[in-house]
Design a protein around this ligand. Structure first.
Ligand SMILES: NC(=O)c1ccc[n+]([C@@H]2O[C@H](COP(=O)([O-])OP(=O)(O)OC[C@H]3O[C@@H](n4cnc5c(N)ncnc54)[C@H](OP(=O)(O)O)[C@@H]3O)[C@@H](O)[C@H]2O)c1
Length: 327
């Protein structure tokens, strides 16, 4: 029976969370009973959507939830064998027992890193793929703006738009990330919104307007994009990270969607599961031939999980934020 350490939310944060809102708790993890498996998590995902749940949804003094990738270390189940890799929603803990519900067996591609299945080749990449192609109805050669373009979702969205022959503008919040987008990814224009206000920078970077805005930020970024949308443009609203700490992120010019006949639609990745096979085929190819590049920020050990979440909200990550829990 291994000891398992897990992260609890002990206090609801007001504004930006602090490490004092969380506690590291050690528990005995139960052995697998009949029909069950014991899973050791190897990596856990850290996602912006965890922040709204700290205000409402996440129980206090219980282990937090989140995406993770684990290995079966004991099995009394016919469905899983020892050594199987399983995606699960039981992050923020080292071990857990399961009757198998919510576990998905992963057969990693031997030519790609294991962790890429937790972002570009997982739901993160699929969110970008479907959000851009299905919700945003992207067409070859269009004018595209992607916010948080150096983040996990944004970097995939921006690169798919480049693959589709579009003129792509990306925004980000640091010179290092801006350089990666310019020099490694080859975006047509990159905005560091902490240096030049987004409204002014976007006006200069989009001389032909915007046909598709892939929005990860809301608030001031959405407001700036609404001023630049072309007639019959589409805004795929993926996230609203500028409002996750405060609970609001105002936009004052929504009426622009009328004048420019803009479609503005929110979505979640599960809205277009019928595209998952196409996505896996396309993304596997793009990763293998280097047309999609990625970055990862990996913190070490379960104790670092609160710091990883706070860092993500402050822009400390380049690409996907992960915590490594075991070899
Ligand atoms: N709809 C869905 O199904 C779905 C699924 C996954 C994610 N999402 C959403 O997609 C967005 C990106 O998620 P991700 O996992 O890829 O995270 P990420 O972009 O890898 O990391 C978050 C980034 O947000 C940026 N940021 C933080 N505060 C900001 C602010 N006030 N204004 C502008 N940028 C800010 C920071 O980058 P900078 O240094 O560039 O500021 C930070 O690195 C989030 O809004 C998330 O909620 C939606």
């Amino acid at each position: 029976m291994p000891k398992s350490r897990e992260i609890h939310l002990t206090k609801r944060p007001s504004g930006m969370p602090t490490e004092g809102d969380f506690a590291l708790v050690e528990r005995d993890s139960a052995d697998a009973a009949d029909g069950e498996v014991l899973v050791q998590n190897l990596y856990m995902s850290v996602d912006p959507a965890m922040r709204p749940r700290l205000t409402a949804g996440q129980e206090l003094n219980e282990a937090m939830m989140g995406g993770a990738l684990g290995r079966v270390v004991q099995s009394k189940s016919d469905a899983f064998g020892v050594g199987d890799l399983v995606s699960n929603r039981m992050g923020f803990r080292e071990y857990f027992t399961s009757d198998g519900k919510g576990l998905t067996k992963l057969n990693p591609d031997p030519d790609l890193s294991l962790t890429v299945h937790m972002h570009a080749l997982g739901m993160t990449g699929f969110t970008a793929y479907g959000g851009l192609l299905h919700i945003g109805q992207l067409k070859e050669g269009e004018q595209v703006f992607v916010s948080t373009a150096a983040g996990a979702v944004g970097s995939v969205a921006a690169q798919i738009a480049k693959i589709k022959g579009c003129y792509v503008v990306g925004s980000t919040g640091s010179e290092d990330k801006a350089r990666w987008l310019r020099d490694e990814v080859g975006l047509d224009a990159v905005i560091d919104y902490k240096v030049t206000p987004i409204r002014k920078a976007l006006q200069e970077a989009t001389p032909k307007g915007i046909d598709v805005y892939f929005d990860n930020v809301g608030g001031d970024h959405l407001e700036a994009a609404l001023r630049r949308m072309n007639t019959l443009g589409r805004i795929a609203v993926c996230g609203f990270i500028s409002g996750y700490n405060s609970g609001h992120s105002p936009v004052s010019n929504l009426s622009n969607i009328i004048y420019s006949r803009v479609m503005l639609r929110g979505f979640v990745g599960t809205d277009f599961m019928h595209l998952y096979g196409d996505f896996q085929r396309d993304m596997t190819g793009w990763l293998k031939d280097g047309r999609v590049k990625y970055q990862e920020t990996i913190l070490d050990g379960i104790a670092a999980a609160p710091q990883a979440l706070i860092g993500l909200l402050q822009g400390a990550n380049s690409g996907k934020m992960l915590v490594k829990l075991a070899e």
